[in-house]
Ligand binder design. Structure first.
Ligand code: AMP
Ligand code: MN
Ligand code: MN
Ligand code: MN
Length: 277
């Protein structure tokens, strides 16, 4: 069982890195990548836990990047977490997140949410604040029934708590992952609301930039989307990755390692001759 996309409390997951690793082991996962948003702070703990639980831990990250005015996510697998260029870039991203959190809080407060920054900060386990931390606090405060509803009402484009991304460009993200010795994978390509033409334009450019693969099977894709992404991977001759995008037990419909089978014609990224161990 291989799961190459998961989150811990180092970003917006709800299990600590060691809890995540032991849950994965319990679920029968033997290769697990920890890919926190813009952060590698959980990797050391996860590596320790992986030794105890006898599973293979692939150090990873999920970078937020900009492409054509939108935010995309890039999974970096098998990165050297001590790489200086990566460290520096993540520090810069953390500063943007800090600034963005203050902006989001200011806007939410203007629309009647009290103590939004303090609330999100108390949900977050580290200094990295994401929109999910705000969402959790808003649900707690009764502004919405669940996270999904918070996003829909407050956190997306055109809504009162939305602040646009100012992440690094896609090309820089790919280069950074390569500099850190990793492989660069486009995360959940079906989640960006891109038309077929626009997505294929992205994949062409992505491949041209030397990127390594796309997530074909994702916990955030429907089964139909998995099949469509498999076709794109085949058309663009891009190796295919798979990951649950697990954030914790609060979303019981997403389980560690539990993924539908990848299309038989796809080349799994772990068999593509790419350095993954
Ligand atoms: P951020 O990187 O802080 O902008 O937050 C992005 C994260 O928010 C994603 O990785 C998801 O965990 C979460 N998220 C994004 N959109 C939604 C949504 N519509 N419903 C629930 N969670 C979402
Ligand atoms: Mn997330
Ligand atoms: Mn993502
Ligand atoms: Mn993710």
């Amino acid at each position: 069982m291989i799961d190459l996309h998961t989150h811990s409390t180092a970003s917006d997951g709800t299990l600590s890195p060691s809890e995540l690793v032991s849950s994965a082991a319990m679920a029968g996962v033997n290769t697990l990548a920890l890919t926190d948003h813009d952060c590698v702070g959980g990797i050391k703990e996860a590596q320790q836990a992986a030794k105890h639980n006898n599973i293979r831990l692939i150090p990873g990250v999920e970078l937020s990047v900009m492409w054509s005015g939108r935010t995309l996510h890039l999974v970096g697998l098998n990165i050297n977490v001590d790489n200086q260029a990566l460290r520096l870039a993540l520090k810069e991203t953390l500063s943007f997140r800090r600034w963005r959190a203050e902006e989001i809080a200011r806007k939410l407060e203007a629309s009647g949410v009290e103590n939004a920054l303090g609330g999100a900060q108390s949900v977050a386990k580290t200094e990295l604040i994401g929109r999910s931390h705000f969402a959790h606090y808003l649900v707690e405060q009764g502004h919405a029934r669940n996270n999904r509803q918070v996003f829909k009402r407050f956190m997306v484009k055109g809504k009162p708590g939305h602040v646009g991304g100012e992440w690094m460009p896609l090309e820089s993200g790919i280069n950074l992952i390569h500099q850190a010795g990793g492989v660069a994978v486009l995360a959940h390509p079906a989640r960006y609301n891109l038309s077929r033409t626009k997505l294929r334009g992205l994949l062409k450019e992505f491949k041209g930039l030397g990127a390594d693969g796309i997530e074909v099977v994702s916990g955030s894709h429907s089964k139909d989307e998995n099949q469509t992404m498999a076709q794109h991977a085949l058309d663009f001759e891009l190796p295919a990755s798979q990951g649950s995008d697990y954030h914790g037990p609060e979303k019981p419909w997403v389980q560690l390692g539990k993924l539908p089978p990848m299309h038989y014609r796809c080349t799994p990224i772990w068999e593509a001759g790419l350095k993954l161990s």
